[in-house]
Design a protein around this ligand. Structure first.
Ligand code: PMP
Length: 285
């Protein structure tokens, strides 16, 4: 079955899905995106993803391509046409297509919208979660507005490639003070020796992850110890557990940092419990 993409008002096979060479997403990375989990054919936490998209668009002074409701319908239709049960739906909005020039195009220029969807290899993901993943640390050289979910991801690409070349699945980015900001495509967490969950606060150089926000709610519901504060690489080495969160990996245990085992070198109990319980806190639509 050929995959179907939504591109500016039309559903087309991937091979024929195109945007112009002067699209500002292509020329300047002048665009934003969202990745939403699909489970049982339904969208997970659509409301939170749409709210974050809204904020990203506002911060970059980009127009809304269509109402959140219409966008939700397009996402669902793209999922349906690709027969995705469990996977992700990807949405990208750019400032549109115009002769290449740095300032914004004239008001009324139509934003470009693309939506794609694909299935997870569920067995592979679960195997990965059961085994845990390795991470390596990389200096965080990104711009100061990483709170915006922009498609300008070159530092993330370089960090991920470095991780891959070192046999790791994720890169943990480190600020000038030796503290971890987040993963190249995930939020970073540790569990201290005392069993307290720690993750970096919002507004301190991280993307406000939707999965992170659901896990924060889950922690409150379960009454677990929680501190929102920056943590150092040294603290992470000494942690009992570590994990990352993202819409595509949910809660993924980290068992190795820079080649050193975390805790006893196996996925932690709290991370595994949060992964198991995750969808009881999520919203389906
Ligand atoms: N941080 C970064 C840099 C990311 O790219 C992502 C995933 N897109 C996340 C965190 C996790 O966000 P979410 O839980 O919304 O997928």
């Amino acid at each position: 079955m050929s995959r179907i993409a939504y591109v500016n008002g039309q559903y087309v096979p991937h091979a024929q899905a195109m945007v112009g060479i002067e699209d500002r997403g292509f020329q300047f990375a002048d665009g934003v995106y969202e990745v939403c989990e699909v489970r049982g054919g339904r969208l997970v936490d659509e409301r939170r993803h749409m709210a974050r998209l809204d904020r990203s668009l506002k911060e970059l002074r980009m127009g809304h391509p269509m109402s959140p409701k219409a966008l939700g319908l397009v996402m669902r239709e793209t999922v349906r046409r690709n027969r995705v049960r469990d996977g992700i739906v990807y949405l990208q909005v750019t400032r549109g297509e115009m002769r290449r020039d740095f300032p914004f195009p004239p008001a009324g220029t139509r934003p470009s919208v693309i939506v794609t969807s694909r299935s997870h290899d569920t067995a592979k993901l679960e195997k990965q979660a059961a085994a845990g993943i390795a991470v390596v640390t990389v200096p965080d050289v990104r711009w100061q507005r990483v709170d915006i979910k922009s498609v300008a991801l070159l530092p993330n690409v370089l960090a991920k490639q470095q991780a891959r070349e070192q046999g790791a699945k994720e890169a943990w980015l480190v600020d000038g003070e030796g503290r971890i900001t987040e993963g190249a495509s995930s939020n970073a967490w540790i569990v201290t020796r005392d069993g307290v969950l720690v993750t970096r606060p919002l507004q301190t150089g991280i993307l406000p992850g939707i999965t992170r926000s659901v896990v924060v709610d889950l922690i409150a519901r379960e009454g677990l110890g929680f501190e929102e504060r920056p943590f150092t690489v040294e603290e992470a080495y000494a942690a009992r557990e570590a994990f990352v969160t993202s819409a595509s990996q949910l809660v993924m245990p980290v068992i190795q940092i820079n080649g050193r085992p975390v805790g006893n070198g196996a996925p932690g109990l709290i991370a595994s419990q949060l992964r198991r319980d995750y969808h009881s806190q999520a919203e389906f639509s």
